[in-house]
Design a protein around this ligand. Structure first.
Ligand code: ZN
Length: 262
């Protein structure tokens, strides 16, 4: 049985918006630990200006704290980083891929479209996050193709008990995907940045939607993906539990820092 643990691997104080988090998952099996997204990395914390640049730091409101990284969160759960053999990325934006270098030996599973977008040198990505040479494993539309509630999906090859799929939800980035994890009684879907705040699922005019539109590579596709997600939430709430990456209110209470360790 694969246990899903929720971990907060970063905090962003976007000017004019509520505090948002970097809600990653650790899928814990007997021997293996798989991360879904990696948050802000230790190298980012050590030298933010050189790694990310002041302009990006100020625009996105990155906060840098060693305890607010995947390595520290895993350690506090008694999990050494050496156990992380695989990482699944929803997409490769700097607040999701910053921790990749902290798990340099891990295989990094991502959609073929997203890897291509990174390789194209698109300015939204921080190329320093990939300088260590991640062990990419990419999935194109017909690789391990399957269907998930009527949506095209791709099965991820992982040495864990649970079936794990990436489900394309493009628009935020061209290769953005949700990550679906089979559970005994249904599915858990990490929707990545398909929405910033959960309220966007019920309020089409939520102000966070304006930020999402501005950050989208393809806003028409983003809105289509949001509509798809609404359908999943409305029609399959008894079978699918959904969380996003940034909404503080979707983190289980025990993951929210009431008293900062440092
Ligand atoms: Zn993000």
């Amino acid at each position: 049985m694969t246990d899903i643990r929720h971990i907060n691997c970063g905090t962003l104080l976007v000017p004019g918006y509520p505090t948002v988090v970097c809600h990653c998952l650790a899928l814990i099996d007997t021997d293996e630990v798989v991360l879904v997204d990696t948050g802000i990395g230790l190298l980012d914390v050590r030298d933010p200006d050189a790694r990310l640049g002041r302009e990006l730091i100020d625009a996105a409101g990155f906060q840098f704290n060693t305890w607010d990284t995947a390595v520290s969160r895993l350690e506090s759960m008694g999990v050494d980083r050496s156990r992380v053999g695989h990482i699944v990325l929803t997409h490769a934006d700097p607040d999701h891929a910053g921790g990749l270098a902290d798990f340099a030996g891990a295989q990094v599973h991502v959609s073929d479209e997203e890897r291509g977008h990174v390789e194209s040198g698109h300015p939204r990505y921080v190329q320093r996050h990939f300088e260590h040479g991640p062990r990419w494993r990419t999935y194109a539309a017909d690789d391990n193709a399957t269907s998930w509630f009527g949506l095209p999906a791709r099965r991820i090859d992982l040495p864990v008990d649970a079936e794990v799929l990436i489900v394309p939800l493009p628009g935020h980035t061209l290769g953005h995907c949700g990550v679906a994890i089979a559970q005994d009684d249904g599915w858990f879907l990490h929707a990545g940045d398909a929405y910033y705040l959960r309220a966007e699922l019920t309020d089409s005019h939520h102000p966070a939607g304006q930020l999402a539109a501005a950050r989208a590579d393809d806003d028409a596709k983003r809105l289509e993906s949001l509509a798809t997600l609404r359908r999943i939430v409305n029609d399959h709430s008894d079978e699918v539990e959904v969380c996003g990456y940034h909404d503080l209110n979707e983190l289980p209470a025990h993951c929210v820092d009431s008293d900062k360790p440092d």
